[in-house]
Ligand binder design. Structure first.
Ligand code: FE
Length: 355
């Protein structure tokens, strides 16, 4: 891997050769103010289709070349660790506060701020020390089959441990960060002991051993394998916008239930996709410009429209696919807590036998 810090002749093409996916736009004829001016190197755990168009728009607007590397969240984090201070990456984009915490914890990020970021991204949606900022929101909520479940039966995450749900719940594996973060939030809200009890009851209600991703759980509920599941809102929105008629049938067959909405309750569990400045960043100004761009009105609208995600900033409409399900109260717990409690959550899920 090219080391920018020891190789002043570092050029985008050298970086690009090593990338899995590359995106280069913007004018190379732009005046270069410093050796690395005019570019920014992005490692993204988001699939190319879910981030490249926004990066392209940024590139065009600010005349900055964007070099994009995509890969799995774990692989990219490992890569950042191995590359260390020689990493060409300036920013790391990944999903879930639990994973952003891992990157911070691994020492591959550095704290940063910009004149606007703190104002536009609510406090609970960025790292308490400024190591990462949320770019888009998703809620992890209850989906049910209205043919077998009455909405009156549903209330809270906590209630899903009730024996009335025995054999009726589908769930994704406990190795999945989304479930780990939900449990981490419950530890914070309900305490360790109550959460362990909840886990024991919840797992006892599974209709089948955990299998597949969120979309698989939604399909299983529609197919009658189980009555209820937990999934991130964008998976559901995506089914509703799919070109595939069977996907749209799943969307039509299911209902969304916003949990924990009582006046004295905390609201539905939310999480983010987010971005951090790498510890090795050399294109710091462009990196900050990019982060600001991704939280501007235009980008936030794009996240809603294309990714079916909720904006992190105020004043931007929610995704059309989720608008029929109305407004909801979101938990305003600091997402930093999800990282703090992750290890404990994983151990407790294991104790409960959540495979
Ligand atoms: Fe996902």
């Amino acid at each position: 891997m090219t080391n920018k810090k020891t190789n002043p002749s570092f050029v985008p093409s050298a970086f690009m050769k090593a990338t899995l996916a590359t995106l280069v736009t913007g004018s190379m004829a732009a005046p270069m103010l410093a050796s690395a001016a005019g570019e920014v190197n992005v490692y993204s755990a988001r699939k190319e289709a879910l981030i490249a168009p926004a990066l392209e728009a940024f590139s065009e607007k600010h005349d900055v070349t964007v070099n994009l590397v995509t890969g799995s969240a774990d692989a990219l984090l490992r890569r950042l660790q191995v590359e260390g201070s020689a990493s060409p990456a300036d920013v790391f984009i990944t999903v879930d506060a639990g994973r952003l915490y891992r990157a911070k914890d691994a020492g591959v990020l550095q704290p940063f701020e910009t004149p606007v970021l703190d104002d536009v991204v609510p406090d609970h949606l960025h790292d308490r020390d400024g190591y990462w900022y949320g770019l888009s929101q998703r809620a992890r909520v209850i989906f049910y089959n209205p043919e077998t479940v009455d909405a009156d039966e549903l209330s809270t995450y906590e209630d899903l441990a009730d024996p009335k749900w025995k054999g009726r719940i589908c769930a994704r594996s406990s190795s999945n960060i989304y479930n780990q973060s939900l449990v981490a939030s419950m530890i914070e809200a309900d305490g360790k002991e109550a959460t362990q009890e909840w886990l024991n009851g919840f797992v006892a209600n599974f209709a089948r051993p955990p299998f597949g991703g969120d979309t698989d759980q939604l399909k299983a509920v529609a197919a009658g394998v189980c009555d209820v599941t937990l999934a991130n809102t964008y998976y559901f929105g995506r089914l509703g916008q799919s070109d595939n008629a069977q996907d749209r049938e799943v969307y039509e067959a299911l209902e969304l239930f916003w949990p924990n909405q009582a006046e004295d309750d905390r609201g539905a569990h939310v999480n983010v996709s987010g971005i951090g400045l790498t510890q090795s960043a050399t294109n710091v100004d462009n990196a900050k410009l990019l982060v600001e761009y991704l939280t501007n009105h235009e980008s936030q609208e794009w996240y809603a429209k294309v990714n079916n995600e909720y904006p992190v900033v105020e004043g931007v409409a929610p995704p059309a696919s989720l608008q029929p399900f109305g407004e909801f109260k979101a938990d305003s717990m600091s997402l930093s807590v999800l990282g703090d409690n992750n290890r404990m959550a994983v151990e407790m899920m294991d104790t409960a036998g959540w495979k």
